[in-house]
Ligand binder design. Sequence first.
Ligand SMILES: [Zn+2]
Ligand SMILES: [Zn+2]
Length: 182
Amino acid sequence: MEILIEQIKEEGLVFEFEKSAAAFPVLAEMVAGGECEFPVPIRTALRAIRVGDMIEIEGDIETAVRLPCSRCLQPFETPLKSRFALTYQRRTTDGIEDTEPQEVELSAADMGIVYFQGEKIDLIDPIQEQVVMEYPLRGLCKPDCKGLCPKCGADLNADLCDCDRSPPPGKFAVLKNLKLDK
Ligand SMILES: [Zn+2]
Ligand SMILES: [Zn+2]
C-alpha cells in the first residue's frame, strides 16, 4: 500500500485497492482485542496529484464494522465511510529539520501536511487513522434500541421482564412538592 512518487505523472494518478483489516496494524489489534470485526475488506479509492513540490492525495474509504451495540451489547454491522485529503511534502534530508523550531512542525500538522522521505508514500497509517476516526464510539444496533434491563440484564428488545423499571422518586418529586406548597 504505497505510492511510488514516480508513478504520479502530470495528469495525476488514480487508483483503487482493497485490503483486509489484517493489513493494518491498528485495526488488526482492535480485532485481536475482541473490540470489533471487519466483515468486508477496507476499500480505498485514491487520487494523487503533484502541486509544485508537494503531493496532494484525496481518498475515499469504505468498509463495514461489526461491533457490540453500546446499549444492548448485541453485535451489529454498520457501514463505515470516510473521505480525506492530505498534503505530502518531502522532508529534506540535509539536516535542516534538526534546527526547525517545534512550532513549524505543529502548524504544518494543523494544515494537514505530512512529511515523507524517499521515493514513496506509505498509505497504511493515513487509512487506518481514518477508519479509527470514523469508528462508531456509541454505536447502536438500531436508533431506538431499548437496551438491557438495569435490574435483571434482560435484552429489552427481545424479552420483557417483570422488573419495576420506573425511575425511583427523587429530586423531581421533591421539587413538585415544593411548588405545590406555594
Ligand atoms: Zn442494541
Ligand atoms: Zn428486568
